[in-house]
Design a protein around this ligand. Structure first.
Ligand code: DQA
Length: 140
């Protein structure tokens, strides 16, 4: 049984209400039901964790990063600022796929740099919530 966790960072609890023209109208809780349904026949368990606090994200990465088979991480704006998250990913064993809902390269220049990308196994950007599904498919 493959164990995969989705970790979402700051402001992603507001999905569905936050800038829907960029991030869509689905809440992540509704999307998780859809996602679990897609992989119901597969040998995978999917968990979800969200926090607006950098330290809590670090604690979660440390907690799962030696046992789980895959981490799907959307660090939100911390992607562009957090050396601590990059160091945590470098320090754990579980591979991390970086996901962004929007195409950050089409947006402001400050979103073009990611501290996560150099330590991620791969990056999925700009496919909306489907990016998470593609990441699960990769781990499978
Ligand atoms: C985001 C892109 C980031 O630049 C932004 O700060 C977010 C969401 C995305 O999923 O498109 O919070 O990570």
């Amino acid at each position: 049984m493959l164990r995969v966790i989705i970790i979402n960072g700051p402001n992603l609890n507001l999905l569905g209400r936050r800038e829907p023209e960029i991030y869509g109208e689905d809440t992540f809780e509704d999307f998780m039901i859809h996602l679990k349904g897609k992989f119901v026949e597969d040998d995978v368990t999917l968990e979800y964790f969200q926090s607006n606090h950098e330290g809590h994200l670090l604690d979660k990465l440390h907690e799962v990063g030696f046992d789980y088979d895959g981490i799907i991480l959307n660090a939100g704006a911390l992607t562009h600022t957090s050396i601590a998250i990059a160091d945590a990913i470098a320090g754990i064993e579980t591979p991390v796929i970086e996901v962004h809902i929007s195409n950050v390269h089409k947006r402001e220049a400050f979103r073009h740099h990611s501290y996560v990308s150099p330590v991620a196994e791969g990056v999925i950007v700009g496919f909306g919530l489907r990016g998470y599904e593609l990441a699960v498919a990769y781990f499978l």
